[in-house]
Design a protein around this ligand. Structure first.
Ligand code: AHR
Length: 510
């Protein structure tokens, strides 16, 4: 039989969490200062006053309707003391950002500036990551009380917040990360072992949920496929408990976080590498299931979802500015991003949130120059998914398409994903308005693929969005949009030719 893609638009599998399109801002290189907040920019027309926020960055990101932004790191959180970043700017201390080369951090952009940017400009939910490196539980609790307590309680921290912001409204921060990559040798105050960290996490989580039971807590896993993940998930995914005083503690952990970055100078390794993340998600989901069985978590208790709160194409050795963090994305990287986003859709039963690392300049699809923004190759993929891939994941079957047989990065990927490394990487969804959307990357560098399309119906009007380029190494960083979205209309006729090294999104009404 001829190679085919069969879509079953009525076979809804899982809701796709909007939060898979979340963002991330870190005090690292030019992400915040120079990206979000740019007081030194001589082109004052570009800035929104009184905050000195980059207007063009807000205007670029806003249409993507990004639901959540994670802040303030990343590795930066391991030494971040939130009180340095609140109150009158003139009194805020300058500290050295030792996570990122000891650069001076003037703390001009802190919690309240982030809330204005995130809530008022982006209409997004904030997600704050707690300092579990050099920070104390007491300091973490104070931050949560500062953000979430109402002034009517008389809380010292709530009153201080009101004094700083000039209004009584709490920030109501729902998402709190329990540390960042505390397992990493590069971490300041690296945890000595998963068991110690898991015990500390449970202590912190219990206290935090006593203070504010409405928050959602994110456990610090690793990459999903490690002894660290096994230990922390086993120890922290436990049943809700009732204390001697009759107080019911909600489940302490709401999400398990994992991180991964992929990249290779070899085209095929680069575009297939994100499949390692799909494997990591499956492994993490299995660990959560195992913990629920071993710890007798009752069937009715909501299980933690996976929060893939750092993902992207990144190799610090090839990235240049911001100390190894400003990537010049190629078309090859854009196709890798298709695989990343497709796999979040395919794994939507277990992935509750994913944050692209990061949202501006640092490892980002969006770059700033002094006077403008540049949308990199990967931007157009992110934009198409944010706009159109929503609602429900639906069943889609790829038949008869050959598999990639070459080397992989990491090497274990070849065996782990055997049977799934096809030249076409695919996902499909339907949204609430009845639009069906098929997302197809043809990862073959040199060959267009003729494919039978089944399940779409004949003569249906289809919107076709294509992202491709002359060769896989083109970038947009010289200011020309060599890679961008090309849109056309098409009457479905049962077959489609997917161009070599391209992304195609087909959208039609059911
Ligand atoms: O996103 C850049 C860095 O990568 C983050 O600070 C850290 O968590 C990860 O190692």
């Amino acid at each position: 039989p001829h190679p085919s893609i069969t879509v079953f638009p009525h076979n809804r599998l899982n809701p796709i969490s909007r939060d898979i399109y979340s963002g991330f801002l870190e005090h690292m290189g030019r992400c915040i200062t120079g990206g979000i907040y740019d007081p030194q920019n001589p082109n004052k027309d570009l800035l929104i006053q009184p905050d000195n926020f980059r207007k063009d960055v807000i205007e670029a990101l806003k249409p993507l309707d990004i639901p959540v932004f994670r802040y303030p790191g990343g590795n930066f959180t391991a030494t971040y003391h939130w009180q340095d970043g609140v109150g009158p700017r003139s009194q805020r201390p300058t500290r050295l950002n030792i996570a990122w080369g000891g650069t001076p951090e003037r703390n001009e952009f802190g919690t309240n500036e982030f809330m204005v940017w995130c809530r008022e400009h982006m209409h997004a939910e904030p997600y704050l990551c707690l300092n579990m490196g050099t920070g104390s539980l007491d300091e973490g609790l104070a931050w949560i009380e500062y953000c979430n307590a109402s002034v009517e309680t008389g809380s010292y921290w709530a009153k201080l917040r009101a004094e700083h912001t000039g209004h009584d409204r709490p920030h109501n921060v729902k998402y709190w990360g329990l540390g960042n990559e505390v397992w990493g040798p590069w971490q300041i105050a690296q945890e000595i072992g998963p068991r110690t960290f898991a015990e500390k996490t449970m202590q912190w989580a219990k206290a935090i949920k006593l203070l504010d039971p409405t928050v959602k807590l994110i456990l610090c896993g690793k990459d999903g496929i490690s002894a660290w993940d096994y230990e922390v998930v086993k120890h922290c995914v436990v049943p809700a408990t009732e204390s001697d005083l009759g107080v019911t503690q909600p489940p302490l952990i709401d999400y398990v976080s994992i991180h991964m970055y992929t990249a290779s100078n070899d085209y095929h390794e680069n575009v297939f590498a994100p499949l390692a993340a799909e494997r990591a998600i499956e492994a993490t989901a299995a660990l959560i299931d195992l913990a629920c069985v071993e710890n007798n978590v009752p069937p009715g208790q909501v299980r933690p979802k996976i929060c893939f709160d750092e993902w992207n194409v990144w190799d610090p050795k090839r990235a240049v500015g911001s100390k190894g963090a400003e990537e010049r994305y190629t078309l090859s990287d854009a196709l890798a991003v298709v695989v990343w986003l497709n796999l979040f859709v395919r794994q939507s039963d277990v992935v509750g949130m994913a944050c692209i690392a990061q949202s501006v300049n640092v490892i980002s699809p969006l770059m700033t120059t002094q006077d403008s923004v540049i949308r990199q190759t990967t931007w157009w993929i992110y934009e198409l998914f944010c706009r159109f891939v929503k609602g429900y994941q639906v069943n889609v079957v790829v038949g008869g398409v050959e598999e990639y047989q070459g080397s992989t990065k990491p090497a274990w990927l070849r065996d782990a994903m055997k049977g799934r490394m096809k030249w076409l990487d695919v996902s499909a969804c339907v949204d609430e308005e009845g639009w069906c959307c098929l997302s197809v990357a043809n990862l073959h560098k040199d060959e267009a693929l003729d494919i039978d399309l089944v399940g779409m119906g004949k003569s249906v009007d289809v919107e076709v969005y294509t992202v491709s380029g002359e060769d896989v190494d083109v970038t947009n960083m010289d200011g020309q949009e060599k890679v961008k979205i090309v849109k056309k209309g098409w009457k479905a006729e049962g077959k489609y030719t997917f161009p070599k090294h391209s992304f195609t999104m087909l959208r039609w009404r059911m």
